[in-house]
Design a protein around this ligand. Structure first.
Ligand SMILES: [Cu+2]
Length: 69
């Protein structure tokens, strides 16, 4: 299991947090996604054989948020 932290801009409430969490946890290979609203940080735990960071960033942007790095 691998952990990746992504900085995300545009999350303003718990609804945003849940949207981001949901899109990430739908990706096969992702075991959990945790979001810190205050810091704008998304921490994803995933199986490197099944998923990758580029996929996470795309899912976050598709959900309407901006990936900073
Ligand atoms: Cu919101």
């Amino acid at each position: 299991m691998q952990t990746e932290t992504i900085t995300v801009k545009g999350m303003t409430c718990m609804g945003c947090v849940n949207s981001v969490k949901n899109v990430l946890e739908k990706i096969p290979g992702v075991s959990s996604a945790d979001v810190s609203l205050e810091q704008g940080l998304v921490t994803v735990q995933y199986d490197v054989a099944m998923a990758g960071v580029a996929q996470f960033k795309e899912a976050i942007e598709d959900a309407g948020f901006e990936v900073v790095n």
